[in-house]
Design a protein around this ligand. Structure first.
Ligand SMILES: [Zn+2]
Length: 483
């Protein structure tokens, strides 16, 4: 049937992006030392990967219910909608939780959660793609403040029973994961990713079924690092040894070779950059992209893209290679188009009739989306925006296929092998009369200039486009798109 919505994607956008984590770790037997990871305070870290927890059972009605009642109190848990950017079925739902906050410290949790959000979305690419997220907090009252410190025999009664010194590592925090996941799933079933803040000023955190970070200022970049594992399946780029762990060739940012032909990210490497790349060639932490030896817990034989990336040490940005994978991972959750109008796929009209076609896309900031409209496979020259006023006088009698293609042209992604960042919507339009056909794409046809600098098709019936303001807005964004 012609005119149905066309999806460029061929795979479910809800498929877990890091299959290796699912394979390696069973949620039924989480040995703390096998999945926990948190960079050492010096910048070197121990291994880890925390699984993306995927639960998408919330219906649209339930979402609206939660939105209408932004605060829900159940027992000692309180759910707050911090940021709602769209329906959960086409957004990444991030839930931020807390442990070791007493009833008198609930405002501290709200403040700490906001700080974590500001930090997490303060750097690329989450900064540009914040619109792709819904953010909620679940505050929980603990009987006592802080966390356990077994090494010094300090114990407190907290709801999620978080404790430092996990696996004998002072900065490693482990908690009661089953309770965390149970509360998250009960309070906010749509959540995709959970972050737990531990109300303790000692540096520490971990990855695993949830990302965990203490409220020490030194821990503030831990969630950012962990997001690289959970979203994009990135490997650790540091080279400090992790006894008993053998790096596998499964990470997009770790290479077992420096050969230019076989380097996974060779399209990011300039021709004049030597491979392998000596650290002396680095002009700064992240330039040039090359193949620097030392990664994934090995000092030799494994290569990383840049000198320093947040996957190697905290308080850095993601490198270009990791950034690209992060953006692609967002599009594993979120399709470019939220809605479109009209919803019906078939439309009939005669000379003088018109229909406004429109797509509502999920826009990065700045907006790097491009819209291409084509009619029967030919680019329509009279629209490059999210809407198009279709004029039946511009087509001949019969059935036609109108398609809009939305593509994210961000320069943070060079290769999109799954075509995740492009989506098309199609309609069938049928003109039933055999009246005259206006020349709607030829400026020599005698039309008038539009206020937005575009072109009005011929005067006899076509007229200027009805939605000038919106077109002007999108036209002004074109220079950004092509940066
Ligand atoms: Zn990196």
């Amino acid at each position: 049937m012609r005119g149905l919505r066309v999806h460029a994607k061929t795979t479910s956008h809800f498929a877990p992006p890091i299959h290796h984590a699912w394979l390696r770790y069973s949620s039924s037997n989480w040995p703390c030392q096998s999945f926990v990871v948190v960079p050492c305070q010096t910048g070197a870290s121990t291994p880890q990967i925390w699984e993306r927890i995927l639960v998408r059972t919330l219906t649209i009605a339930a979402f609206l219910c939660v939105s209408l009642f932004a605060v829900t109190v159940l027992g000692q848990h309180t759910l707050d909608i911090v940021e709602s950017n769209g329906l959960s079925e086409n957004r990444i739902d991030l839930v931020i939780m807390g442990d070791g906050y007493t009833s008198g410290e609930q405002q501290d949790f709200a403040s700490d959660a906001q700080n974590a959000i500001d930090h997490l979305f303060g750097k690329r690419p989450s900064k540009q793609y914040r619109e792709f997220f819904n953010i909620v907090t679940i505050s929980t009252i603990s009987n006592e403040s802080g966390a356990d410190h077994p090494a010094t025999s300090e114990y407190v009664d907290t709801f999620y029973d978080c404790a430092y010194d996990c696996a004998g590592l002072g900065h490693l925090i482990c908690c009661d994961y089953s309770t965390i996941l149970s509360v998250a799933g009960t309070e906010y079933p749509a959540y995709d990713v959970a972050l737990l803040l531990v109300n303790d000023q000692q540096y520490g955190g971990s990855g695993g079924p949830v990302a965990i970070a203490s409220t020490s200022p030194l821990s503030s970049d831990i969630p950012f690092h962990e997001s690289g594992h959970v979203f994009a399946g990135l490997g650790d780029e540091y080279d400090s040894a992790y006894p008993g762990y053998v790096c596998e060739d499964i990470y997009p940012n770790i290479s077992f070779t420096a050969d230019r032909n076989d380097l996974k990210w060779n399209y990011w490497v300039d021709e004049d950059t030597p491979l392998p790349t000596p650290e002396s060639a680095a002009v700064n932490n992240q330039e040039p992209v090359g193949a620097y030896e030392g990664a994934c817990y090995e000092t030799v034989g494994l290569f990383r893209p840049v000198y320093e990336c947040v996957m190697r040490s905290l308080n850095n940005d993601f490198c270009a290679v990791c950034t690209e994978q992060m953006v692609l991972s967002y599009y594993g959750f979120v399709e470019p188009v939220d809605t479109y109008s009209p919803a019906q796929d078939s439309h009939v009209g005669v000379y003088g009739d018109s229909i406004d076609f429109f797509v509502e896309a999920v826009e990065p900031t700045p907006n790097t989306l491009a819209y291409t409209w084509d009619l029967d496979g030919e680019i329509v020259s009279w629209s490059d925006s999210a809407d198009l006023e279709f004029l039946f006088s511009c087509v001949d009698q019969g059935e036609h296929q109108l398609t809009v293609t939305v593509s994210d042209l961000t320069n943070m992604v060079m290769v999109d092998p799954g075509n995740l960042m492009t989506m098309s919507v199609s309609w069938t339009v049928t003109r039933t009369d055999d009246g005259p056909v206006e020349n709607c794409d030829d400026q020599d046809a005698g039309g008038d200039a539009c206020l937005d600098g575009g072109y009005c098709p011929g005067k006899s019936g076509c007229g200027c486009h009805a939605i000038q303001a919106r077109r002007t807005l999108f036209s002004s964004l074109l220079p950004l798109i092509y940066l």
